[in-house]
Design a protein around this ligand. Sequence first.
Ligand SMILES: O=c1ccn([C@H]2C[C@H](O)[C@@H](COP(=O)(O)OP(=O)(O)OP(=O)(O)O)O2)c(=O)[nH]1
Length: 144
Amino acid sequence: MLRVKLLAEGARAPEVAHPGEDLGYDIFALESVELWARASVRVKTGIAVEARHPETGAALGLLVRDRSSMASRGIAVTGGVIDAGYRGEIQILLTNLTDEAVRLNAGDKIAQMIPVPVLTGTVSVVESLADSTRAEKGFGSSGK
Ligand SMILES: O=c1ccn([C@H]2C[C@H](O)[C@@H](COP(=O)(O)OP(=O)(O)OP(=O)(O)O)O2)c(=O)[nH]1
């Protein structure tokens, strides 16, 4: 469940293309932007949101992720952590990984937002951690 405040003329509420199946809400650019080669830009959406679990009503955060169609053109979402309590304008950080400038137009669908529960809790500094099979092994320890 997403409550949306439209902050500017031309702002468009997020949409779910396939309700009940899609993980993310598609979001739209408020403005046209030139994405210079190898550079990052912050794109306004003109929306503020409040995401809640449809059954429990618990506050949810949102992770902004790529649309595969944009990623396959070399335009990647960076940043992307929207805290559950954030009520400011959602802005989309995009990085042009290519050597060519790319123009995005106002109204373009530029990213998707995936709701996630808030699982952060208290932080305790301890002397030892619970045993596990992996223990300290990592960085390719399990082979190719
Ligand atoms: O792609 C993004 C990333 C973040 N935000 C907003 C929502 C988020 O809740 C807030 C803060 O983001 P984050 O915690 O990642 O930034 P920070 O650099 O750690 O700033 P702060 O000290 O305000 O937490 O900025 C966006 O609109 N778009």
